[in-house]
Write a protein that binds this ligand. Structure first.
Ligand SMILES: O=C(O)CCC(=O)C(=O)O
Ligand SMILES: [Fe+2]
Length: 200
């Protein structure tokens, strides 16, 4: 494990060993049975290429009305609780007692990507955002707090954890592409990203 700078963010390279990654695949699969992933619609009316679901008090949601947090899955049920194996990662990399209120689960299949954006649907930007990578490699890009500036890129691999805190909290970031088939961790293939956030 090494801690590296990735733009203004912190990359905890290889934070999760293979056994922890395998356990996380199990807990995420269980979570997805309770709250099935779906492809959200952007406010612009385009379907996202990433499949999403959430755990916690709040789930991140998007449709024509905009980006926001909601307390129920689109099928009507509560979001499942954030599994302790995931909460533990937050604790390890932030040292915070305060727990995250949302774990967004992103699944990138072949060709999926996420455009540059800021995470800014939360009430208090003094809390960091923690992002966990599982499965296929993903080319992560991060810039500054305005669009169009200089960016830094790194291939995130399974077991890597990124912390967006301080100056990086409102940095533009996204995933340009994944290397589909580069990992055998996920039975369904592709890449999973878990994003932990304090919402309120
Ligand atoms: O997949 C990733 O590494 C980043 C995900 C992300 O930025 C988000 O869900 O807001
Ligand atoms: Fe994000």
């Amino acid at each position: 494990m090494t801690r590296l700078a990735l733009g203004a963010a912190e990359l905890w390279k290889d934070h999760l060993d293979p056994a922890r990654q395998a356990r996380l695949v199990e807990v995420v699969a269980q979570l997805c049975r309770a709250a099935p992933p779906y492809a959200p619609m952007t406010p612009y009316g385009k379907k996202m290429s990433v499949q999403m679901t959430s755990a916690g008090q709040f789930g991140w949601y998007s449709d024509r009305k905009g980006y926001r947090y909601v307390t129920t899955h689109p099928d009507g049920m509560d979001w499942p609780p954030i599994p302790r194996e995931i909460l533990q990662i937050w604790q390890e990399v932030t040292g915070l007692e305060h727990a995250p209120e949302c774990c967004l689960v992103n699944h990138y299949g072949e060709g999926a990507r996420m455009g540059l954006h800021q995470d800014k649907d939360e009430a208090d930007f003094s809390w960091p955002v923690v992002s966990v990578s599982l499965g296929d490699d993903g080319l992560f890009r991060i810039g500054g707090t305005t669009r169009g500036g200089k960016t830094a890129s790194a291939w995130l691999q399974s077991g890597d954890v990124v912390v967006l805190g301080g100056a990086a909290r409102l940095a533009y970031h996204g995933v340009d592409r994944i290397r589909y088939g580069s990992s055998r961790l996920l039975p369904q293939g592709g890449r999973i990203n878990l994003t932990l956030r304090v919402v309120t």
